[in-house]
Write a protein of this length. Structure first.
Length: 245
């Protein structure tokens, strides 16, 4: 007599794991192919012919995260952005998180968030070379905002540029005009503030408060976590400002 196990129709455990792994790999490949098609569509290319590059990767723990280049090397994670007011309290006036590694495409969304949150646009925007593009400068100028964005990274030991005199020559490119503006006395004063506005805020969050990695997974949850971190920073700053003296 043969007794049939109630679960006998199920695959053996080792085969089930193999099938689940294959299914996960197929889903990952389909997602990479979808991203390649979307990227091709954004670039005006035929999406049906798009294929993911050979080096394309997908994280199974958090598929929405991406490889990010940091000072400590490459990590799998997200790109956290903040915009900080130049006042003495250093209040965060806009924040967001993106899986995209480059900073250049995050400047205009940050400025838009400032205008929406404060119901007024900034008069000046100061950003480092990672946000440089002619398109960003032109977009800010179209909004009536003075842009101070370094076209190239400057070494800390580099001597200050010689301040130009007279009116700018006609026919300068956007890059040349920006370099000339940053070389003026006022431009040098503004550019010198860059290291005293945003970088200390990141330092306070990571060093003083020990926030070095996201504890949640998924873009929406990470965005919620970063918003809470930025809110706590502002509350601490406002508390300090209102209790002094």
């Amino acid at each position: 007599m043969i007794l049939r196990d109630p679960g006998g129709d199920e695959l053996p455990t080792e085969l089930a794991r193999r099938e689940s792994r294959l299914a996960t790999l197929r889903e990952a490949r389909a997602a990479l192919e979808a991203e390649a098609r979307e990227r091709a569509r954004a670039e005006g290319k035929a999406p049906d012919d798009a294929r993911p590059p050979d080096h394309a990767q997908r994280n199974f723990t958090d598929p929405e995260s991406r490889i990010q280049k940091t000072s400590d090397g490459f990590i799998q994670g997200y790109n956290a952005q903040i915009a900080v007011d130049g006042g003495p309290a250093r209040i965060i006036v806009a924040q967001h998180v993106t899986p995209a590694a480059p900073d250049v495409q995050e400047l205009i969304p940050a400025v838009t968030a400032i205008a929406q949150g404060l119901r007024c646009k900034p008069r000046e925007v100061l950003a480092d070379a990672g946000y440089w593009s002619e398109a960003n400068v032109e977009a800010l100028e179209a909004k009536g905002i003075q842009a101070f964005i370094a076209p190239t990274r400057q070494r800390h030991s580099a001597p200050p540029p010689v301040a130009p005199r007279g009116r700018p020559p006609a026919g300068l490119s956007v890059r040349a005009r920006m370099a000339r503006k940053l070389a003026t006395r006022y431009g040098q004063q503004v550019d010198a503030l860059r290291k005293t506005i945003v970088e200390p805020v990141f330092g306070q969050i990571t060093q003083a408060r020990g926030f070095r990695q996201f504890l949640r997974r998924g873009l929406q949850r990470v965005r919620q976590e970063w918003a809470l971190i930025c809110l706590s920073h502002n509350l601490l700053k406002l508390h300090a400002a209102t209790t002094q003296g």
